[in-house]
Write a protein that binds this ligand. Structure first.
Ligand SMILES: [Zn+2]
Length: 552
């Protein structure tokens, strides 16, 4: 009898903690009805469609674009979501596709020890963001400017005393902290380490050209990723100045080519090492080259696809879920396959938007703040869809509570931990920890903070506007103890990033992705019931920016 009462009480506690019924919303419990709406079967079907060969790798402006955005619109409609842009689900993003080709396939460098001929794509890549038919640089001298960083707060200036007008700067990827843990943020890459920053800074300095020295460790990806990314047309937003503020040309050289360049200039191979230490001064390389690029342009529009669930109490305040829908399209053929399907990157993220929307629709207590679902275009081309949205926001930036970005799922299976990219940046992490605990999971930082992941997906454009962004993915502590199966899966899935092998197949274990989707839902749900706005942390370089935008 006594036992039965205890069981009865326990059951009553479980039921009331399910967030159901008249008690209302309870942030310390999970809404089991909402979570039950997240279905592996429908999720997998969405991924299969979006990553199918028919969708041609979902490159903006292609047939794959048309198919993808109409599929997403269709799903948003059938889920009963409201159009996110007036009476439309689309936000048009005007872009320009620039096809830059060197007029000869080789680039010749002349130095005091002779000449060096570099082969296009094998040894170097090059392009321009200037909207000019021809780029003709009859001669330009090379200068080695270390990391190409100007960071007063770290007392670092690689351009100190250097006039780079008409010159081509050669710079290393990464930032000094990667090599010396006492510098910058040690292993955690700062924005100064990103290649986008290097080009921006070279443009501010007025350089004619900029060449990055590739290094697999510091860049966190191999030459093949650079090669794939640059062998074809490049997309950009249409800038008012037609790209005139950018260097005339931008490119990369392989690590090996850089070594040969230094030899050509008769320079000490230790130059790279001394540039990693404070106090380095830029060194002219005594090498010249000429650059001729022919450009063709195609102006075209792609779309962000946006839908909402209106908040029941504070509809003006938004929780913005994002996932980019685009991928690399059709490219260089590898083993007879030329379609870059982008199943993990990022059919997996887009499909998660649909499942999370279903969960919100099923929730017993409606979200008090508005939930925005945003499938963004042209992330792979430099975060362009999110850049356009944050420049042209539909929902006021100062009422955006958080951006929750999905672009990093893993098909390796369920993990005990979740991994926050760029951990320590925002107070959203408190919600992550609280939600993770409900699922009996723990929070960790990313495994490889030196890869600068925090600057490499769409949430970063929200962060640049002062909106706290969360970029979170599966952790690494697998729950399964079947080490043989894990090993087989790891072998089958490795090396797929940005390759033709990023496909949905039998090697996937979807359990981990579904667990992460449930977590993403619950975090957004908790935030939607709050009245406060999470901030950037004290030590975040974006703290001031965040406070200023809320004050607006
Ligand atoms: Zn991606």
């Amino acid at each position: 009898m006594k036992k039965q009462i205890i069981i009865g009480l326990a059951l009553a506690t479980v039921l009331s903690s399910c967030g159901r019924g008249k008690q209302g919303y309870d942030p310390d419990s999970l809404d089991s009805t909402a979570l039950a709406a997240i279905s592996q079967d429908s999720y997998e079907a969405h991924v299969a469609t979006l990553a199918s060969d028919e969708y041609q790798g979902r490159k903006p402006f292609t047939k794959g674009d048309t198919l993808t955005v109409s599929y997403i619109e269709q799903q948003f409609k059938s889920l009963g979501l409201k159009p996110g842009n007036g009476d439309s689900y689309f936000q048009e993003v005007p872009m320009v596709e620039i096809t830059s080709k060197p007029t000869t396939p080789t680039l010749t460098f002349t130095g005091k020890n002779g000449t060096l001929t570099a082969r296009y794509l094998d040894d170097y890549v090059i392009g321009t963001r200037r909207l000019e038919d021809h780029i003709d640089i009859p001669t330009t001298n090379l200068v080695f400017a270390g990391f190409g960083i100007v960071a007063p707060e770290y007392n670092w200036n690689d351009y100190d005393g250097l006039d780079v007008k008409g010159k081509t700067v050669v710079v290393m990827v990464g930032d000094p902290g990667y090599y010396d843990k006492t510098l910058f943020k040690a292993d955690t890459m700062t924005y100064y380490g990103r290649w986008t920053y290097k080009y921006e800074e070279a443009g501010r300095q007025g350089a004619a050209g900029v060449l990055l020295i590739h290094d697999t460790g510091a860049a966190s990806y191999g030459w093949d990723v650079v090669r794939t990314g640059w062998s074809g047309p490049q997309l950009d937003l249409v800038a008012e100045d037609k790209g005139a503020s950018n260097p005339a040309f931008e490119g990369w050289v392989s690590g090996e080519t850089a070594q040969k360049l230094f030899q050509l200039g008769g320079l000490d191979a230790n130059l790279l090492e001394s540039a990693k230490k404070p106090g380095f001064k830029p060194v002219p390389l005594d090498i010249s080259t000429e650059v001729h690029i022919q450009n063709t342009f195609r102006y075209a529009k792609s779309n962000n696809v946006i839908a909402t669930i209106e908040g029941a109490k504070r509809p003006g305040e938004t929780i913005i879920y994002t996932a980019h829908w685009d991928h690399l399209g059709i490219g260089e053929s590898v083993d007879g396959d030329s379609i870059y399907n982008g199943a993990i990157d990022n059919a997996a993220g887009v499909s998660a938007l649909f499942e999370i929307a279903k969960a919100f629709q099923a929730a017993k207590v409606k979200p008090e703040r508005t939930i925005v679902f945003m499938a963004l275009t042209a992330e792979e081309e430099g975060l362009l869809g999110s850049a356009y949205y944050t420049e042209n926001p539909i929902y006021p930036i100062n009422k955006a509570v958080a951006n929750l970005n999905m672009d990093a799922f893993s098909a390796l299976g369920e993990t005990k931990d979740v991994s926050i990219v760029g951990i320590g940046q925002t107070e959203i992490e408190d919600y992550v920890a609280r939600s993770a605990a409900k699922f009996d999971r723990i929070v960790r930082g990313e495994k490889n903070p030196s890869s600068g992941g925090f600057y490499r997906s769409d949430h970063f454009n929200f962060v640049k506007k002062g909106v706290p962004g969360l970029f979170m993915g599966s952790g690494s502590e697998l729950i399964s103890t079947d080490t043989v199966a894990i090993h087989v899966r790891q072998k089958a899935l490795e090396g797929r990033y940005h390759s033709v092998r990023d496909e949905l197949d039998g090697h996937w274990d979807l359990g981990g992705i579904l667990a992460d989707i449930r977590l993403f839902f619950d975090i957004g749900y908790m935030l939607s019931m709050e009245k406060t706005f999470p901030q950037f942390t004290e030590k975040s370089e974006f703290r001031d920016l965040g406070e200023k935008r809320l004050a607006k």
